[in-house]
Design a binder for this molecule. Structure first.
Ligand code: SF4
Length: 206
């Protein structure tokens, strides 16, 4: 897929104006090379669920034994899972993707349990967001529309008990398994460089 280089450049400039570090890399391999320079041995690291992060190969890196990392997928039970998720608020580095990056430099997310967006907002010393250039949109309305387009697919993939998982259409549902509970838009980082955005010139995530 060809991406609009000018749009990427403008987005990166605007992210920087909001005190987010932002950089473009052509592919997932370069993203991983960069990530390796952003984490120190022994760091407490955590990640959100993300197709993008899995795709670029972050899991093997986090599980290398060099870091203080606990894999949520290996939780012994629900209580252990909750403990692992709560650790992320004390992470040295927290990895996530984003649902959309608006070209004016704002970072748009929707979340179900809201454990991802809350850690983006506060807690971890450093946040690293990896997003394919396919996630750049030109307005907040388009970011919201993007989420409503991909959320049903995500619900289906995860076997969530939501009406959109059945018919692929958002019903603005009121069911316990709703995946769109919180909308969080990051407008600015008061701490310069706390949030690092890596835009990858590949179609990544859904
Ligand atoms: S609000 Fe409900 S129906 Fe709509 S996309 Fe989110 S989970 Fe699906």
């Amino acid at each position: 897929m060809d991406f609009d280089a000018k749009l990427i450049e403008k987005t990166i400039e605007n992210l920087k104006k909001r005190q987010f570090n932002a950089v473009y890399v052509p592919d997932g391999q370069r993203a991983m090379e960069l990530i390796k320079t952003m984490v120190k041995s022994g760091d407490l690291v955590a990640r959100s669920g993300s197709v993008t992060l899995s795709r670029i190969g972050l899991d093997n890196f986090l599980k290398s034994g060099e870091f203080d990392y606990r894999d949520q997928a290996r939780a012994k039970d629900e209580a252990d899972k909750k403990r692992i998720v709560r650790r992320r608020f004390f992470a040295d580095v927290f990895f996530s993707s984003a649902n959309a990056i608006i070209s004016d430099g704002r970072i748009y997310n929707e979340d179900g349990a809201s454990t991802r967006v809350s850690a983006l907002i506060y807690g971890p010393e450093k946040v690293v967001i990896v997003a394919g250039a396919n996630k750049i949109v030109e307005s907040q309305a388009r970011a919201a529309a993007r989420v409503k387009k991909v959320a049903p697919q995500n619900c289906k993939n995860n076997n969530f008990d939501t009406p959109c998982a059945v018919d692929g259409v958002c019903h603005d549902c009121f069911v316990p398994g709703r995946s769109c509970c919180t909308t969080a838009i990051l407008n600015f980082s008061r701490i310069p460089g706390r949030i690092n955005v890596i835009i990858v010139g590949q179609e990544l995530g859904i």
